[in-house]
Design a protein around this ligand. Sequence first.
Ligand code: AHR
Length: 317
Amino acid sequence: MLTKTLIAGSTALTLTAGLAAAQTVGFSQIGSESGWRAAETTVTRQQAEERGIDLKFSDAQQKQENQIAALRSFIAQGVDAILVAPVVATGWDAVLEEAKEAEIPVVLLDRMVDSDKELYLTAVGSDLVEEGRVAGKWLVDEVAGAECRVVELQGTTGSSPAIDRKKGFEEGIAGADNIEIVRSQTGDFTRARGKEVMESFLQAENGGKDICALYAHNDDMAVGAIQAIKEAGLKPGTDIKVVSIDAVPDIFLAMAAGEANATVELTPNMAGPAFDALAAYWKDGTMPEKFIQTESKLYTQADDPQAVYEQRKDLGY
Ligand code: AHR
């Protein structure tokens, strides 16, 4: 544990103890709703271990109240920093104020909050709107002017990726009058709900014959939906095009089998940049940018999905 003092009223910290002691970081993870989330947890543990950081892990099982309780417990323990992947965007002000009062820097991972930016040190994540935009533009090019009725599986209601990926996709298809989102519902970022909701879409859309494409806010929901499409007697990837986000190994397997068409990558390594920012902050109070953006990349069936699967399958997804 390091002793901390305020510098001239700012939130920067000075170190009054030696650097020998390992820093302790509390990590409030949402849960394990998706393969991507599991990979983020694995990578965060690895990154902490490589840097000699003592990581205190707390699984919120998808509940914001559990995350708030975990943050309060980390504050009471006097950790040197807190990482939080916020399940939803609202409702964080009070606990973030408490962390600030305790002079504990908070770093947001992969999702955003609607609180004042002064309440956290930085946020590491992708441009979630751009991810949706890329998916939408891919579909515009793919259907090349043909009529296309789209069904959308949204992420967890109230989460920043669900809000932003929806917005981005709508922007991506704006101006393409041939493309219309005809149904849109949450599948909560899980494979099981993705399948269930897709079944109801198929039923409502002439057994799926009236659906041209599925846009899923993550790969896990897409994989569940692919199963539903097959069970309905249709060919995913051909009868119904599938575009989603995350780039987890299972979607590359589906792409290799011709059952999914495209995915937009979200790196699970949010902790690396977060720990780099914290190291500089702990060292001499260096303030990072408020948003540290990670790379996103579009993969299609042209990108040798089988080879990408082989590269990724043992990475903790
Ligand atoms: O916040 C990132 C999203 O959360 C991922 O795309 C999804 O798989 C996860 O559960």
